[in-house]
Design a protein around this ligand. Structure first.
Ligand SMILES: NC(=O)c1ccc[n+]([C@@H]2O[C@H](COP(=O)([O-])OP(=O)(O)OC[C@H]3O[C@@H](n4cnc5c(N)ncnc54)[C@H](OP(=O)(O)O)[C@@H]3O)[C@@H](O)[C@H]2O)c1
Length: 320
């Protein structure tokens, strides 16, 4: 299989590339940064500048699957100009891909799989979200993901099998939210946020990358939640990280207004609650390697013997 990956140089992309190469797949990737270009037999970079509609059309050569991960990070202060970049980076990239596929008469692409995010689901501590949910969160993130998915749906008109993976909190030692949450805990200053009752639907980075490939290999289409079977509350997440790092937690939860003062509107990410189901992808036959947070963290921090629950005994422990 030959796969074209956008955002391949990012957190999820790097793991996905590693898994593709380990399986013997050939990877083409698109990057906005010329210094990240690499040219190897099985891993070839191509430059694009979606802002001005520029793309190297050779990136499509013999590609059967496109996996789209590109987009400006949401973990920067949400100024009005940065908010524009978060949205436009997702829409511009899709526009460029759409146009090049539409124009190329002899491409071999059959599947288009794109990242999306669970931020589309309304903030709630009660709901248990499945893919059929139609309500959209009334926030900047909800607005971005809704527009992003609407654009992704247009790829169906090109007769491609089109899928969206609504990604949750990606757990990795190399970037994303986990190192940021773990940092104060390491320095004895860790605490949960607000009531700590908000749900965090997380996924181990290895399972997420395997899920993208599972969708490609199984010719699936539609929406799939990219979350593990057992979401946890923020209170529990912080406790589990502290346990694995063998650090005490003694500070009270950090009130919302403090984080709002420090981070501005972006603090929303810390307090939003989405309890999301992984049932649909499991029913397609996908098996999670990391089903509970303790085992995932044990793997990420390279510890063992820290979890009292055996991995195979916790399936959907928290599902209603
Ligand atoms: N990590 C999470 O917890 C999480 C949760 C939900 C959803 N997601 C989504 O999953 C995708 C991958 O996440 P990630 O954590 O791997 O993201 P990431 O580390 O920020 O990487 C995203 C990649 O997108 C490219 N990019 C950045 N700004 C861009 C722009 N303005 N135009 C075009 N490309 C741009 C960059 O690649 P180049 O520099 O090579 O161009 C970058 O390496 C993202 O779309 C993200 O929104 C992630």
């Amino acid at each position: 299989m030959k796969v074209l990956i956008t955002g391949a140089t990012g957190l999820v992309g790097q793991e996905l590339v590693a898994q593709c190469l380990a399986k013997g797949y050939t990877v083409n990737f698109l990057t906005t940064s010329k210094k990240k270009l690499v040219s190897k037999l099985n891993y070839q970079g191509f430059y694009w500048n979606p802002k001005v509609g520029e793309i190297d059309e050779k990136c499509l050569m013999n590609v059967s699957v496109i996996i789209n991960l590109a987009g400006a990070s949401i973990s920067k202060r949400w100024t009005s100009s940065y908010k524009k970049e978060v949205l436009e980076s997702r829409i511009d990239t899709l526009n460029v891909l759409y146009e090049v596929l539409d124009k190329s008469k002899d491409h071999k692409v059959t599947s288009f799989i794109s990242a999306s995010a669970i931020g589309i689901y309304p903030n709630s501590v009660d709901h248990y979200y499945h893919e059929e949910e139609t309500a959209v969160d009334d926030s900047f993130l909800g607005e971005v993901v809704f527009a992003w998915e609407k654009k992704i749906n247009e790829f169906e008109t090109l007769n491609l099998r089109t899928s969206k993976v609504r990604i949750g909190l990606v757990m990795s030692a190399n970037g994303g939210a986990l190192p940021e949450i773990a940092k104060p805990i390491k320095y004895y200053a860790g605490a949960a946020f607000g009531s700590g009752e908000q749900w965090q639907s997380w996924i181990h980075i290895s399972d997420l990358s395997r899920m993208f490939l599972f969708i490609a290999e199984s010719n699936l289409k539609g929406v799939f939640n990219g979350v593990s079977p057992n979401p946890v509350t923020n209170n529990r997440l912080v406790k589990e990280i502290a346990k694995i790092l063998e650090k005490p937690l003694f500070l009270p939860n950090i009130p919302k207004f403090i984080m709002q003062t420090i981070l501005g509107e972006m603090s929303y990410i810390l307090f939003a609650s989405q309890r999301v189901s992984s049932k649909k992808i499991e029913e397609e036959g996908f098996i999670f390697e990391y089903q509970n947070i303790c085992n995932a963290l044990e793997n990420i921090y390279d510890k063992s013997g820290m979890c009292n629950i055996p991995e195979n005994n916790v399936r959907n422990k928290y599902a209603p």
